[in-house]
Design a protein. Structure first.
Length: 310
């Protein structure tokens, strides 16, 4: 792992966060892949004001800063991540309901887990987000990549967000000013999503629970849930399925070390135990090459690969 922080910067981070920054933190236990090296510096951000100061300090000091959310859509390289890694919690992970006339919204901190949002909806009788059932990750990550399933995308429900800019200032952006596309939100990559406002509707609690139960059942039938992974590896090409293309290339079940292209869903690569990031990347490249050779289709990654090589 490359060292990207000076000793002075390390001390400053500890002082401004009251010692909550740790160093050489193992990232594998925090990722859904259960893979990855160390974070040079790791910060569990729980207060907005403090996070703003840290972001501004990172910008002014010119060291890299990466927010990993719940780390469910990334692959951390075996060499780890130099600079500062941030995970959101505390007041940046809260969930609250607000009435807006006849409409209703959920105001969710970017660090709120999707499963907790759905649990809140079940308890309070809000519908419209059931399609997120079974998807790991946080609200901020879901908005940033326009997470979707079963014909729905989260962008359809976003009525506004708040972001922190590199200078530490916070800005609210209305939903009509946001531009969502398939698995992406057009937003400055240096802006950190702090909060998302999601439009919801009222429904009977039993109906909501029933829909979630049905969608989870459908997921379990088609996806290798319960095994370390990052979900879909590639975006679906227009009018086609990445999983179908990889399966047609005969790669279902292919292994490299502890990594395997799932025999249940070919667009999922799973960690069967002891897989390295290099194992996953080898299978990613193999699938890309074979699909290109067979049909001339270039597969585009849906996950992010971050960090330093070994």
């Amino acid at each position: 792992m490359l060292k990207k922080l000076t000793e002075t910067q390390r001390l400053s981070l500890q002082n401004m966060t009251k010692g909550s920054v740790s160093f050489n933190r193992p990232l594998a236990p925090l990722t859904s892949f259960k893979i990855g090296g160390l974070a040079e510096a790791f910060y569990e951000a729980s207060a907005i004001d403090e996070l703003s100061r840290v972001i501004a300090f990172a910008e002014g000091s010119s060291f890299p800063c990466l927010v990993i959310g719940k780390a469910s859509n990334i692959l951390v390289r075996d060499g780890g991540i130099g600079g500062l890694v941030i995970r959101l919690s505390g007041e940046i992970a809260g969930i609250a309901a607000r009435d807006r006339g006849r409409s209703h919204v959920l105001v969710c901190g970017a660090g709120a887990e999707l499963k907790d949002v759905l649990s809140f909806c079940c308890d309070e009788g809000f519908t419209g987000l059931e399609f997120l059932a079974g998807i790991p990750g946080s609200v901020g990550g879901a908005i940033a990549v326009n997470t979707g399933a079963f014909g729905f995308d989260v962008g359809e429900r976003v009525s506004g967000i708040k972001v922190i800019k590199p200078d530490g200032t916070i800005e609210a952006i209305e939903g009509k000013a946001l531009h969502f596309a398939y698995r992406e939100l057009s937003l400055d990559r240096q802006w950190l999503i702090l909060e998302g406002t999601l439009a919801v509707d009222r429904a009977e609690k039993d109906e909501i629970k029933g829909r979630i139960k049905d969608l989870l059942k459908r997921r379990k039938e088609k996806q290798p849930l319960g095994v370390p992974s990052a979900g879909s590896i590639f975006r679906n090409p227009p009018e086609d399925s990445a999983g179908r293309l990889i399966e047609c290339a005969g790669l279902k079940g292919m292994k490299r070390g502890g990594a395997m292209i799932s025999p249940i869903h070919a667009n999922w690569i799973v960690n069967t135990g002891g897989a390295s990031a290099d194992d996953i990347i080898w299978l990613i490249n193999r699938a890309r090459d074979r699909v290109m050779e067979d049909g001339g289709v270039e597969l585009e990654l849906e996950i992010r690969i971050v960090g330093d090589e070994t």
